[in-house]
Design a binder for this molecule. Structure first.
Ligand SMILES: O=C(CO)[C@@H](O)[C@H](O)[C@H](O)COP(=O)(O)O
Ligand SMILES: [Fe+2]
Length: 189
C-alpha cells in the first residue's frame, strides 16, 4: 500500500495565511454581475479592490480524501450590499462541508436548488455545517477582514454556474446602520 504522508500546518490566525498553500485572489472585476447595484459596482471598479483571497491545500480529486482552505473576505460594500464570496454548489452536489470562523464577523447564506435560503451568523469559533446539496456563500458584515477555515471532500469540486446566473434568493445589506437579510428583488427560480 502506498500511504500518503501526514502533515501539520499552522494557520496564521491574524492574517489567515496558510504556509505552502495555493493562493487565489478575487477582485471586484472578477465578480461582474454578482452585485445588485450596477452603478455602485462600476464606480468601485475604478479601484478594483480585492474582495477575497483563498489559501488552499488541495489533494487529488479522489473520493475519501479532504481539502482545506482559509478565506480572507475583506470588508466593503457595493451600494448597500456587503462584500461576499461568489458562492457555489459542489460539482458533486451531495458533498458536505465544514466552515469554522477564525477572525472578524459575517455569516453564511445557504440555499437549496428549490430556493429555500438560510442565514447563519459567524464569528470566531462558530462552526457551520454545510449539508449535501446546499449552495453556500459567505458575507463580511463587519469592518475588518472576515477569516474562516473550510474543510471539504477532495472530490467536491465547485459549480458556480447557477449562482452566477441567478444569485441567492436573499441578499445581505446595510440599512439604517443595521445588517439586514432581505429578499433579492432580482431572484427568480
Ligand atoms: O466552500 C469552499 C470550498 O468548497 C470555500 O473554500 C470557498 O471556495 C471559498 O470561501 C471561496 O468562495 P467561492 O468563491 O469558492 O464561492
Ligand atoms: Fe464549498
Amino acid at each position: 500500500m502506498d500511504y500518503k504522508t501526514p502533515f501539520g500546518v499552522k494557520i496564521d490566525l491574524e492574517t489567515g495565511v496558510i504556509p505552502g498553500a495555493n493562493k487565489l485572489v478575487r477582485r471586484l472585476s472578477d465578480m461582474r454581475g454578482y452585485f445588485l447595484d450596477e452603478k455602485a459596482y462600476e464606480e468601485l471598479l475604478k479601484e478594483d479592490p480585492i474582495v477575497y483571497e483563498v489559501y488552499a491545500i488541495e489533494q487529488e480529486e479522489k473520493e475519501g480524501d479532504l481539502n482545506f482552505a482559509t478565506t480572507v473576505l475583506y470588508p466593503g460594500k457595493v451600494g448597500k450590499e456587503f462584500f461576499f464570496t461568489k458562492g457555489h454548489y459542489h460539482a458533486k452536489a451531495d458533498r458536505a462541508e465544514i466552515y469554522c470562523g477564525i477572525k472578524g464577523r459575517g455569516g453564511m447564506l445557504l440555499q437549496t436548488p428549490e430556493g429555500e435560503a438560510k442565514w447563519i451568523p459567524m464569528e470566531p469559533g462558530t462552526v457551520v455545517y454545510v449539508p449535501p446539496y446546499w449552495a453556500h456563500r459567505t458575507v463580511n458584515t463587519g469592518n475588518e477582514p472576515f477569516i474562516f477555515l473550510a474543510i471539504y471532500p477532495a472530490d467536491a469540486g465547485h459549480d458556480y454556474g447557477s449562482i452566477k446566473e441567478k444569485g441567492f434568493s436573499k441578499i445581505v445589506i446595510e440599512e439604517d446602520g443595521e445588517v439586514k437579510v432581505v429578499d433579492n428583488p432580482r431572484w427568480k427560480l
